[in-house]
Design a protein around this ligand. Structure first.
Ligand SMILES: [Fe+2]
Ligand SMILES: [Fe+2]
Length: 303
């Protein structure tokens, strides 16, 4: 495929980009709970007609907490997956080993960053907000799938981050600057990851027949189905957190409206925006036009 990504250039970009956790969170760098955390394109709180402006902001912040926690969660499977790709092939390409190890180091850093964020959020928000898990069980379930399926999910997640930041966070002046800074720093390193994922997918697929590639695509979709089950549960958690935080108990019609609007929002955030990303579709097409067609036949359900 003619994308021009190389292990050497992504490593160089990553080394130039490096930041430390203590530079972006802690001390004076505090969350501002008077502001929204998430762009409306992802949070989609406005259609919930039974919530007032203050309640919508609280839900937006709950969704922001969930968003970073879910990234922490998925990065717990990406980290061992990347390490598994490095170990069997340490030679002959030193740039490959170093770029993938750098990728793993950054994901370990992001996991730690998101844990720290979660503690700071809990301190300032004052209501416990449960998130699906535990991370090890989710990672084990995802890693039990075909490596091509896992690599495609990883590719989907990293390009999805690009879409979220560039399309709806970067120029948004309403958001809490501290939350936005976390998203920006994460995005800066994810750019390289998305390119490395492309190279990993290509390498795994290079030794496969078309049928074996399409089997990997089915596994990617199966993992998507597993994540969708988690999102359905997360919507219930977010609704319970909102009722706790506002002291308001919703009636059945309001609960149904919440589920409908927020499941759609979650599906777009974590599934649809990755499945329809042009770079994900390009990579699928390069593996097999049937791979792209298969994903495009499913994605409207998540958009
Ligand atoms: Fe990350
Ligand atoms: Fe990443």
């Amino acid at each position: 495929m003619n994308h021009g990504y190389t292990y050497q250039s992504t490593l160089a970009a990553s080394e130039a980009m490096h930041w430390r956790i203590e530079d972006i969170i802690g001390g004076e760098k505090r969350l501002d709970f008077s502001k929204p955390f998430m762009p409306e394109a992802l949070a989609q709180v406005e259609p919930l007609s039974f919530l007032n402006a203050k309640e919508k902001k609280i839900l937006n912040q709950i969704r922001g907490n969930t968003y970073l926690c879910i990234f922490g969660l998925v990065e717990e499977f990406i980290l061992p997956f990347v390490l598994d790709q490095v170990r069997p092939q340490l030679q002959p390409d030193d740039f490959r080993s170093r770029a993938l190890l750098q990728f793993a180091t950054e994901e370990a850093k992001h996991i730690q960053l998101f844990k720290q964020f979660r503690r700071e959020f809990a301190d300032g928000f004052n209501t416990n907000c449960p998130v699906i898990g535990p991370p090890e069980a989710i990672a084990n379930e995802i890693l039990s799938h075909d490596p091509l399926g896992v690599a495609l999910v990883t590719l989907h997640i990293e390009w999805m981050v690009q879409n979220h930041y560039v399309d709806s966070v970067k120029d948004n002046q309403e958001l809490d600057p501290q939350f936005k800074s976390l998203l920006r720093h994460h995005w800066l390193e994810e750019v390289q990851h998305a390119k490395l994922d492309t190279l990993m997918v290509e390498q795994i697929a290079a030794e496969r027949t078309e049928d074996e590639i399409l089997k990997g695509v089915e596994e990617y979709l199966a993992i998507g189905g597993f994540i969708d089950g988690g999102l359905t549960q997360q919507v219930e958690f977010d609704m319970a957190s909102l009722m706790d935080a506002t002291g308001r108990y919703f009636n059945e019609a309001q609960k149904e409206e919440f589920r409908k609007v927020q499941l759609k929002a979650n599906r777009w955030t974590y599934l649809g925006s990755g499945m329809t990303h042009p770079k994900v579709l390009e990579t699928l097409e390069s593996l097999s036009p049937k791979a792209r067609q298969r994903v495009e036949s499913i994605s409207p359900a998540f958009c």
